[in-house]
Design a binder for this molecule. Structure first.
Ligand SMILES: Cc1cc2nc3c(=O)[nH]c(=O)nc-3n(C[C@H](O)[C@H](O)[C@H](O)COP(=O)(O)OP(=O)(O)OC[C@H]3O[C@@H](n4cnc5c(N)ncnc54)[C@H](O)[C@@H]3O)c2cc1C
Ligand code: SF4
Length: 438
């Protein structure tokens, strides 16, 4: 052990959950250290320099241990491993937290979510930024009797560029909000960001957390001491750290909101528009369906994996719809990031029903052919569930050790998580400042 460092608050992870805490605590005058195991890469808007770097670089991505993980059932889970976490690759859709999920714990996150929406400037996109295919599909869905509407976006329409659609590569136009934006502002205001620094475990003394054990790139370890620790390492990272700390109840449940893409192939070329601008949420059924015009390379990869190579030469005539479902919390994750996620009969029935509805809508919009992708997932969570691993103040059984990310969601989820993570971070920062986080 080379040395130890002392600070007020350590935040592990720089995705939306961590960035919200870092922003608010830095503004409240706290000395904050942010540990981020990934490299810092600005939003580049490119597939190889950008998206690939956010998931751990070529080798990291191919290793299936960083930004892309493979479950025991051979399903892929995607996450960002970089400053800004998964928000570097997310599609910028903002969905309000579901108050029913939090009601048993005595709060609803409504005020916190509204505050975050104001801070970022969340709103639907104007018509001209929405692609022709999304407009046609929306009209067909409404004609069929569905409640298909524009979605709220973490996107500034004044900066968003018509027909750009590379949100998944990071937005180099400054239109899509990334958690990295808030981290960098906090760094300018005095926070310390340590990239390529991995938190191995939390150090405890009796029933208190006193710091974290950190490994730098190159393998050197040191201890960072603070009276308050916030784990915001995401639905995959936080349970692994807790299990290494001896909190064995972490990682015993996992949802990941599995999705399939149902793609319609039209006679006419489809003007792309921004990614995921419109859609509908069938809350009772646990099914979310949206438009989602991927950039060419992502679509080509999906086509190859689904043995549908025509996706490559018919890309410009194609319009994918994304079907995402609220799955049961049947998964597990351990301290070595081994993930199991058996889909239940119920999960598979929901995916099949979503594909049926999406096909109906695409055909009504004029699609001549429809094909379906393999199942993927990008919303791991529920692994440090409130009520089991953390209390209503996001505190674990170790005093001073909190968790603030998608892992604390207590029940099956099925909606875009970012606004929920941001609202939780607002609530936690207020609680920590109120309780003297110094
Ligand atoms: C392709 C894609 C599209 C998406 N689209 C949307 C969307 O449109 N809307 C939406 O709301 N959500 C979307 N999401 C999901 C959303 O991005 C995540 O749910 C959200 O970012 C979760 O935030 P978080 O704070 O829980 O964790 P993350 O964003 O995953 O951040 C966790 C961070 O912790 C770091 N970390 C992990 N372990 C350690 C460790 N041991 N030490 C140090 N650092 C560590 C990671 O490198 C990462 O940077 C999408 C996700 C993906 C992958
Ligand atoms: S479509 Fe808009 S938000 Fe998405 S990358 Fe392009 S400019 Fe940014």
């Amino acid at each position: 052990m080379a040395h130890t460092v002392q600070t007020d608050v350590v935040v592990v992870g720089s995705g939306p959950g961590g960035a919200g805490v870092v922003r608010d605590l830095t503004r409240a005058g706290k000395k904050v250290h942010v540990l981020e195991m990934g490299r810092d890469v600005p939003p580049l808007g490119t597939a190889f320099g950008g998206a690939m770097s956010y998931t751990g670089g070529l080798l990291g991505t191919l290793s299936m241990r960083q930004g892309v993980l493979l479950t025991g059932e051979m399903l892929t889970i995607m996450r960002g491993v970089t400053t800004g976490g998964s928000s570097m690759v997310y599609l910028g859709t903002a969905h309000d937290p579901d108050p029913e999920m939090w009601a048993p714990f005595g709060f609803d996150l409504k005020t916190e979510a509204e505050q975050r929406k104001q801070e970022i400037g969340v709103a639907p996109l104007p018509d001209e930024l929405i692609g022709s295919g999304a407009h046609a599909v929306g009209k067909a869905a409404v004609d069929l009797g569905y409640d298909w509407t524009k979605l709220n976006k973490f996107v500034d329409p004044k900066k968003c560029v018509e027909d750009c659609n590379v949100c998944i590569y990071g937005c180099h136009h400054g239109a899509k909000w990334h958690a990295r934006d808030w981290i960098m502002t906090a760094v300018s205001a005095g926070a310390t960001l340590l990239n390529e620094h991995k938190c191995e475990r939390v150090l405890t003394e009796g029933d208190r957390a006193i710091g974290v054990r950190v490994t730098e790139r190159g393998g050197r370890s040191f201890d960072l001491h603070a009276p308050k620790i916030v784990l915001a390492a995401g639905g995959i990272g936080s349970p692994a750290i807790l299990r290494n700390t001896g909190v064995t109840e972490a990682g015993r449940s996992l949802f990941f909101d599995p999705f399939v893409m149902t793609t319609g192939v039209f006679d006419a070329v489809q003007r792309p528009g921004a990614m995921m601008a419109t859609g509908m949420h069938l809350k009772e059924e646990g099914i979310l369906i949206t438009d989602l015009q991927y950039p060419f390379l992502v679509m080509a990869l999906q086509g190859v994996m689904a043995v549908k190579p025509s996706a490559i030469w018919r890309y410009r005539q194609s319009l994918p719809l994304m079907i995402k479902i609220r799955d049961e919390m049947t998964g597990t994750i351990d301290e070595s990031l081994r993930v199991t996620k058996p889909l239940t009969r119920n999960d598979r029935d929901k995916l099949a029903e979503g594909k049926r509805i999406a096909t109906k809508i695409l055909e009504a919009a004029g699609a001549k052919e429809v094909w379906h992708s393999r199942i993927g997932a990008a919303h791991p969570g529920g692994t440090c569930a409130m009520g089991t691993v953390v209390d209503e103040n996001l505190e674990t059984r170790f005093k001073g050790l909190h968790v603030c990310d998608a892992s604390v969601v207590p029940v099956p989820f099925g909606i875009p998580p970012t606004l929920t993570c941001l609202a939780l971070s607002k609530r936690l920062a207020r609680h920590l400042v109120g309780n003297g986080a110094s």
